[in-house]
Write a protein that binds this ligand. Sequence first.
Ligand SMILES: [Zn+2]
Length: 306
Amino acid sequence: MRYFDLHCDTLTEAYQKHEHLVRNHLQVSFDRANAFEDYCQLFAVFIPDELRDQQALDYFLSCASYFDEEIRLSGGDPATGKINPHCRAMLSVEGGSACGGTLEGLQTLFDCGVRVMTLTWNGDNEIASGCFSPSDHGLTDFGKEVISQMMRLGMIPDVSHLGKKSFAQLAQFYDGVFIASHSNYDLTANPYGRARNLSDWQVREIVSRGGLIGINFCPDFLSDPPGVGYDHIMKQIESFLALDAEKCLAIGSDFDGCTPIPDVNSISRIPFLYQALLDRGLPGDVADRLFWQNAFSFFQAHFPDK
Ligand SMILES: [Zn+2]
């Protein structure tokens, strides 16, 4: 099978724990990805809400150079992210504070190869308010400048972690495509799921623009515990399909960013998930779209040079 994952935090974990990307004790590594016919992984640089301004940009730059070095150590080419003809790694950003609060910082991210960036993490930043922001003030003027500049550069906003008000303002202000790299459908009553998951109107907005939605394996976002497993992932997929999201569905595992459900607790479990979904009646062509084709076609269409 082929596997395209829109979001993991493995790079940031590896950077902090001095682990390698090719082989490690984490949930994702290139050696385990050799089991796939084709594999593409977005590695997010996660910016904690404690880091702002130049500190946030400096942290991004340290992680980005660690990423390049790890690609090199894995036998790949940092210019293309290709480890081998069947394995590809791309850099992304989780938390728009990585720009350091300036458009020059955004350009730096772009020059480092970033093409997808979540505007926020959970809190407020210079761009917008995140999903756990007490103020929930929405997009800032600087945020609007960032989004316009992203559009000019050809970067895609990622709305995972974005507050509902910021999302609504983004949809009004910006007529381009955006993705939710690791967000589930609003099936849970717990406060984390309520804040992080997508409501119907948000799903419709992403679908109508031809974006992507990556299914997240974090238990709080899948269903209310206990007993989460394959069935709950299937339920998420069915909910999105009922909203005509067949051409937008993808995987955004959140590996190394959360404690995923035991059924899918590392990249080695992905083929088992694939089979479990087929066993539960997911048509093969829809499974292929979910695990590979939708995300692959999206990146080919939007970043033909990458
Ligand atoms: Zn996240």
